[in-house]
Design a protein around this ligand. Structure first.
Ligand SMILES: Nc1ncnc2c1ncn2[C@@H]1O[C@H](COP(=O)(O)OP(=O)(O)OP(=O)(O)O)[C@@H](O)[C@H]1O
Length: 577
């Protein structure tokens, strides 16, 4: 990796980031006078001065204070008092002989939530079918068209195209970095796939690579990587952390990592900025404390011990029945795209009452498998003997996909991302769409169209019931359920939105519940409470089955002792372990 040394940006004599002691952070446009507005975030008896050679991690809850701090580093908030001249927020860029524009040389790659402005419905099942023209951009074209073209030419032994990519030029450095990253993250075999065909984890890896390399001729000097580890399998997380260590220690580029509490702090971190909820909400919503990593690790551990532990005590757990009714049966099922085989002779039986952990590395076919069960995948229709796919007692071909939506509750990032944010809809109404699995709130009582008065009333009572039961175990008491239920879904932090999607999957008591990375964006306490809730008969009865997809063992609500089974996908083949 010594070649990375040649890519290093010049060593800075000045701090990389400079936020003064006891600074406060306000939304842009808010008054900085303490009499008139409350800051979103306050540095408590500390500053944030990042020196060259240090490795910083910002730790906190998703969609909350951590995000505010990272946004501040992008200049999207007002810091009071302003980072002083000379140098301001980024002295290392501004005090150079030729100053550089932070907007161009500081980049953020964030996986913590989807932009609010996307208003229409995003059809997540589109990737399984024919690929439309506008979706045809390949990973190669998206990543870095000019540079990747040269890599392709090298593969074919063609001469390099004459560009400004001379030895020692910025473009050449980008080319070297890109090639190394593609190799390290095993993206080479995906370069000619359309972006839409990539799995969630593959897309995340590609976005990280793109951000580290930067725009043509402009490598970033500093990258803020927020929640870059979520949705990645254990070995990819390890590779990403090693890559980040290498690039940060060689300034090519420098990295500030944003982690959720549950992601932990990498061994190589030298300093941590920990963003906690404020205990005095009239002084700020969030408090930042900074310090050396070892000291901060202790502080964070104490914080985690101190926060409410939502226990399962008193919660009645339904017994797991042996030999429940067969709900789903896959026999020798295959899915392929041309010569690319994704699932090969897959066999799997899911029975009522069972709890499953579906596991497999990024791109191993977990989402594809779930899309067969929901009937969203076109190849769910095309299984021919000896292959067969039976859902709830009959062949998949005998089901209309809309009917399947009533039998299956599904929650996860795809559903969350697909939600049309432009339409005004409340938390309560989102949960209520779960009866029919739709994305629009319908009917006079918002629980569905064309229903008899009695059925409508039953549904309203069921939504109220599941919300009330959830509210009894949820860890936060600042707001009452009535107010929370009326809150606009798109204004909720991403953890609140994920929670609504999980409750939506449960509300109709479907036979099968699929939870695909469903805790994304939730803070550690909420995840704990959701797990306890799922173990209880208030969430799932003994007649329902549940499949959980996650790359983190600790994010599975059930343990072996609870009777959980594991189905692992590897190299296109599935195995019960
Ligand atoms: N239309 C398509 N054409 C070619 N390959 C595709 C297409 N759609 C999906 N794939 C490939 O199928 C594989 C399985 O994708 P899938 O989303 O099921 O993986 P996953 O196990 O859910 O991954 P992750 O953990 O990253 O979410 C991936 O390698 C993906 O690139």
């Amino acid at each position: 990796m010594d070649f990375l040394v040649g890519l290093s940006h010049p060593k800075a004599e000045q701090p990389i980031v400079n936020i003064g002691r006891n600074s406060a952070v306000y939304p842009l446009g808010a008054s900085a006078s303490s009499q008139r507005s409350i800051p979103s975030l306050r540095f408590e008896d500390c500053d944030m001065v990042v020196e060259e050679g240090q490795a910083w991690v910002v730790v906190g809850t998703s969609g909350a204070g951590k995000d505010v701090l990272l946004q501040s580093l992008l200049g999207h908030t007002r810091i009071h008092p302003s980072p002083p001249p000379p140098g301001g927020l980024f002295p290392f860029l501004t005090l150079r002989p030729t100053p550089l524009d932070p907007c161009k040389f500081v980049s953020l790659v964030s996986f913590s939530h989807r932009p609010k402005f996307q208003t229409g419905f995003w059809d997540y099942s589109a990737r399984y079918g024919a690929v439309w023209d506008e979706d045809k951009r390949t990973l190669r074209e998206t990543l870095f068209p000019e540079l990747v073209e040269n890599i392709r030419r090298a593969e074919l032994n063609l001469p390099e195209r004459p560009t400004e990519s001379n030895e020692g030029s910025e473009v050449k450095k980008q080319e070297v970095l890109l090639e190394w990253l593609i190799e390290e993250l095993d993206l080479g075999r995906l370069l000619d796939l359309p972006m839409i065909a990539l799995s969630n984890g593959q897309t995340r890896k590609a976005r990280i690579v793109k951000t580290l390399v930067g725009q043509l001729g402009a490598r970033p000097e500093l990258v803020l990587l927020d929640e870059g580890l979520t949705g990645l399998d254990a070995s990819t997380r390890k590779s990403i952390l090693e890559i980040l260590y290498e690039v940060n220690s060689r300034r090519s580029p420098r990295i500030i990592l944003g982690n959720r509490l549950q992601d932990g702090i990498p061994d190589w971190a030298s300093h941590v900025a920990f963003v906690e909820p404020s205990t005095n909400s009239s002084s700020s919503s969030w408090v930042v404390r900074t310090g050396k990593a070892d000291e901060m690790k202790d502080r964070i551990a104490r914080y985690q011990e101190g926060v409410s532990t939502s226990s399962s005590a008193g919660i009645s757990q339904p017994p797991i029945k042996k030999d429940g009714e067969v709900l789903v049966e896959l026999k020798d099922v295959n899915v392929s795209y041309h010569e690319r085989k994704i699932l090969q002779n897959t066999n799997w039986t899911v029975r009522a009452s069972e709890r499953w952990h579906l596991q497999g590395s990024n791109g191993s076919g977990k989402t594809t498998l779930l899309s067969l069960l929901t009937g969203d995948h076109p190849q769910s229709y095309t299984q021919r003997a000896p292959s067969s796919l039976n859902l709830f007692g009959k062949s998949r071909n005998k089901w209309a996909t809309v009917q399947l939506r009533k039998e299956i509750g599904i929650a996860g990032m795809d559903v969350l991302n697909a939600w049309p944010r432009g339409r005004k809809i409340t938390f309560w109404e989102v949960v209520a769409t779960g009866f029919d699995g739709g994305f629009i709130s319908l009917g006079p009582k918002k629980v569905g169209n064309g229903l008899a008065e009695e059925e409508q009333q039953k549904r309203v009572e069921r939504v109220d019931e599941i919300l009330r039961k959830w509210w009894e175990v949820q860890p936060y008491r600042a707001e009452d359920l009535g107010t929370y239920s009326k809150r606009s879904f798109s204004d909720l932090p991403v953890g609140g939105q994920s929670l609504a999607i999980v409750l939506r999957a449960l509300v109709g008591k479907p036979k099968l519940v699929l939870l695909d990375e469903a805790w994304s964006g939730m803070d550690a306490d909420t995840v704990k409470a959701v797990h306890a809730f799922l173990r209880s008969s208030d969430a799932l009865s003994e007649d329902q089955a549940c499949v959980v997809v996650t790359h983190w063992e600790e994010e599975v609500p059930w343990r072996k002792a609870d009777g959980i089974k594991k189905y692992i996908l590897q190299d296109g083949r599935g195995q019960v372990v």
